[in-house]
Design a protein around this ligand. Structure first.
Ligand code: ATP
Ligand code: MG
Length: 424
């Protein structure tokens, strides 16, 4: 086939077998978003170039080198294929006075375009799902967004996505930091790469976002923004962390996290994994209280995130490959001497009901047994302890769906377990 009739480099066809996985994921995403009250918004794929220049910022990777911009050959308008959808969402909210009736939670899902070097996990047409909480000052809504993402990883069975968090403070605080940062970068000018030297004055914070490994020593020595934050910003940041701790969601504060777009303030975060090589950021977001005003509207606080669908699918695919074919439906965990003996009876009774059971043997702690249960691919762990035995009951812990452990009588155990059989 002649090369000019192939798909454009970095833009992929998604054929029916693969598209089926996309549809299934999109369905899960929509249900999950709705369960937090987010409603769909759809904006055009093409916007005036000026929108992205104003919203994202001139001295950013996206605006400097990644935008597909062109002149409308009919009327000469400067247009751009959207590289992200926050700017479009805010534009639409302003244009249609969407916040007139109060704050809004909205989400979008669709293709974005960036002229990058194509590689695994990085394409020129890629897809994002994203949510924007418009008109909310936080920190409650910021925290809710993090809980929400965490729930998605659990729903999808993705265990190793880590949260990195930072606060960029207010405009004033950033100004003070900026002065110190420029002075520092000037003193290290000889060690900066070309981008760094150019951005040192226009957008020094962005220099810290450089992916060039040679820049790392310079970045490591730079003044840290966190030390410039004052009371209100610190309180906002602390409140988010408190919600995370109460929800037992682990996180790491990364003082170097600045994100690649100009519009962020206060909260910024990324969810990252080391299973996708260099393209390890699955989801990124933060607060952008200045954007409405920057686009000519009345100031409105807002917060949002965007998640790369291709990267999410790549993670799901890795999981699928590494998941052992389940050895049995039930893994029977026991602790206590009495429970160990009772386990034989319970296992045989479950097998009588047509269920496959892997009975733990060889001793070991409760924790070690639960690990085995997970590793063998079983749908549920059935737990027999002294407590359960005394009550003539067993505990059931579903292993492949998001549901808490619960207790049932021995007699209704088979029926309870069967609900989860083959659920993966
Ligand atoms: P990266 O650091 O990987 O370039 P980014 O900071 O440019 O990401 P954002 O603009 O925050 O990314 O977009 C949010 C998410 O969209 C990313 O975390 C990633 O999952 C996905 N994404 C961004 N650019 C691409 C791309 N070119 N191809 C595939 N997915 C992408
Ligand atoms: Mg990028």
């Amino acid at each position: 086939m002649s090369t000019e009739l192939r798909a454009v480099r970095g833009m992929n066809d998604i054929l029916p077998d693969e598209a089926a996985r996309w549809e299934a994921l999109e369905e899960t995403l929509r249900t999950w978003l709705r369960s937090y009250g987010y409603r769909n918004i759809r904006t055009p794929l093409v916007e005036a170039t000026a929108l992205f220049r104003r919203a994202i910022g001139e001295a950013t990777d996206i605006v400097e080198k990644e935008m597909y911009s062109f002149e409308d050959s009919l009327n000469g308008e400067h247009l751009t294929l959207r590289p992200e959808a926050t700017a479009s969402t805010v534009r639409a909210a302003l244009e249609h006075s969407l916040l007139y009736a109060g704050p809004q939670r909205v989400y979008y899902l669709g293709p974005m375009f960036r002229h990058e070097r194509p590689q695994k996990g990085r394409y020129r047409q890629f897809h994002q799902v994203g949510a924007e909480a418009l008109g909310y000052a936080g920190p409650d809504v910021d925290a809710e967004m993090l809980l929400m993402c965490h729930r998605l990883w659990k729903l999808l069975g993705l265990a190793d996505i880590q949260l990195e968090l930072n606060s960029l403070g207010s405009l004033d605080e950033r100004k003070d930091h900026r002065t110190a940062l420029i002075a520092y970068l000037q003193s290290r000018a000889a060690d900066l790469d070309e981008d760094g030297r150019r951005r040192m004055h226009t957008n020094p914070l962005r220099v810290l976002d450089s992916k060039n490994p040679a820049m790392k020593p310079v970045i490591d020595g730079a003044p840290v923004l966190a030390t410039y934050l004052r009371d209100a910003s610190l309180r906002h940041f602390a409140a988010i962390q408190q919600v995370l701790r109460e929800a037992a969601i682990p996180f790491r504060i990364n003082p170097r996290l600045v994100r690649g777009l100009d519009y962020y303030n206060l909260t910024v975060f990324e969810w990252i994994t080391d299973r996708l090589g260099a393209q390890g950021t699955v989801c990124g977001g933060g607060r952008y209280d200045g954007l409405f005003e920057q686009l000519g509207g009345k100031p409105q606080p807002a917060c949002g995130w965007a998640l790369g669908i291709e990267r999410l699918l790549a993670l799901l695919e890795l999981n699928r490959q590494s998941q052992a074919i389940p050895q049995a439906t039930v893994y029977l965990v026991n602790h206590g001497a009495g429970a160990q003996r009772a386990a034989f009876r319970v296992a045989e009774a479950l097998r009588d009901q047509g269920l496959s059971v892997l009975q733990h043997s060889g001793g070991g702690s409760f924790k070690a047994q639960m690990k085995r249960a997970d590793a063998c691919g079983a749908s549920v762990a059935v737990i027999l302890g002294e407590d359960e035995l005394a009550a003539g009951e067993a505990s059931v812990k579903p292993l492949r769906v998001l549901q808490d452990q619960f207790r049932v009588t021995e007699r209704s155990l088979a029926e309870a377990v069967r609900k989860f059989a083959g659920g993966h």
